[in-house]
Write a protein that binds this ligand. Structure first.
Ligand SMILES: [Zn+2]
Length: 440
């Protein structure tokens, strides 16, 4: 079969590396016999484009001169719990059960993809549902985003996350090692610990350090000995400093963070996924019936959370974009993934280009998939979005999503030039993206 090339012209290009936009770009990809053949071919300026790159195939030309459009890499959300159940309760309740949870996990993964999240990292999804969904998508059984999964989170006995179904509760280094090895045997990509208290527990504070250094050291050693990155829910500076010193790879949340710890993170290459949206979602939490204690805690954390993130940016820490909240659930007129990038610009002070880099290239690096995706460069897999406007100048233009492609395959389009919908796991006419949290 002859190669099929798609050549998109009269479009702007933001490649995700942090480089400035190319105003008049040409974007070329090809589709081969199978999806694994598909690759980006050219992502650069019209002036430098050599049309002979498509000489060995058919060309589908797409001219986007009817408006201002920008192509950018698919978003990467590095802190997701697809089986999230809201509101948080002070006791354990499992509304889904294991088998049904796999269905909910898959549906929400699809919604994330339709909202522009082409890769997500699950940092604690009960039981093996997310692993099963990842495997089914990777085998081509179903469509869906790329999933990097930590399986079930390991949490201290009765500590943060004990009220979340099927987290693995442990006490003592031996139990943590046993729990971690159990996750490795299920085929997880990374490991997730619950190191400190958080906003989501009724009887715990963000300053509580719930795991011992001995437990954390043991987990990091076993994870690294098995070539896995290890992430931890970390609310406060003291615990973050301990964890970073011990060699943890990925810090989650960081409601408080000192300049000194930021410098250490930058030096060691520790990633930070601040999830700013979790302390900036009061209306969202109210809508989901959250308890008064949760609303109070998240409001109290908000200001220092932003200041901490600002320190991390100034120190040169690699920041990624994660949300805790479902990537597709409506919040403040958009989705949490887009809202997080807006907070990085509007509250933390990043440039829009920096924030886009966090949500694309940096996320791919943390997920270990930068060789295949995260930036738009020839040879990569073709996870990209088209938005109307100039998100590198006005971050809120990320709200104007017009097309989603995963692996050079059309997922969704509402461009006037492409009205065909290639992917919807629901019956025709059933909306898939966003807003369906409550009915499950
Ligand atoms: Zn989380």
């Amino acid at each position: 079969m002859r190669k099929k090339y798609t050549v998109i012209r009269n479009v702007r290009l933001v490649d995700g590396t942090g480089a400035p936009a190319i105003e008049n770009a040409v974007f070329v990809f090809f589709n081969g016999d199978t999806v694994s053949d598909d690759r980006l071919v050219y992502c650069g300026s019209a002036a430098d484009y050599d049309p002979s790159v498509t000489a060995d195939g058919e060309v589908f030309a797409l001219d986007l001169s009817d408006s201002t459009y920008t192509i950018l890499p698919g978003l990467i959300n590095t802190h997701v719990h697809l089986s999230l159940e809201l509101p948080y309760l002070p006791y354990y309740v499992d509304k889904f059960g294991d088998a049904y949870r796999a269905m909910v996990t898959y549906r929400r993964a699809c919604e994330a993809l339709l909202c522009g999240v082409t890769t997500l990292r699950g940092v604690g999804n009960a039981d093996t549902s997310e692993i099963a969904v990842r495997n089914a998508i990777n085998k081509g059984m179903f469509g869906g985003p790329r999933i990097i999964t930590c399986g079930s989170a390991l949490c201290p006995h009765a500590g943060h996350g004990h009220n979340t179904p099927r987290n693995v509760e442990c006490s003592g280094a031996d139990e943590f090692i046993r729990g971690l090895r159990g996750q490795l045997a299920q085929g997880v990509d990374q490991i997730k610990l619950m190191y400190t208290g958080g906003l989501e527990g009724a009887y715990e504070g963000t300053m509580d350090i719930q795991m011992t250094e001995e437990e954390v050291r043991a987990c990091i050693q076993v994870a690294h000995n098995n070539s896995k990155r290890i992430a931890a829910h970390l609310s406060n500076d003291k615990a973050i400093a301990q964890a970073v010193r011990l060699g943890l790879d990925s810090v989650e949340h960081a409601y408080t963070l000192s300049d000194e710890t930021c410098r250490m993170m930058a030096k060691k290459g520790t990633f930070l996924t601040p999830t700013l949206v979790v302390s900036h979602c009061n209306d969202y939490l109210k809508k989901h019936g959250s308890a008064e204690w949760h609303l109070r805690k998240q409001a109290a954390a908000a200001q220092e959370h932003i200041r901490s993130c600002r320190r991390a940016v100034q120190a040169g820490v690699t920041i990624c974009t994660g949300t805790d909240l479902l990537p597709s659930d409506p919040i403040d007129g958009t989705t949490p993934t887009v809202r997080e990038t807006e907070l990085l610009v509007e509250d933390v002070g990043m440039t829009p280009l920096q924030a886009i880099r966090c949500a694309t290239r940096n996320g791919a690096e943390l997920c270990g998939v930068l060789a295949e995706t995260g930036t738009l460069e020839p040879g990569k897999l073709g996870d990209f979005l088209i938005v109307e406007g100039r998100p590198d100048e006005n971050i809120r233009d990320l709200r104007n999503l017009r097309l989603v492609s995963k692996g050079c395959r059309l997922v969704k389009s509402n461009l006037p030039a492409i009205t065909k919908q290639n992917f919807n796991p629901m019956m025709a006419g059933v909306p898939c993206d966003g807003g369906t949290f409550r009915i499950w």
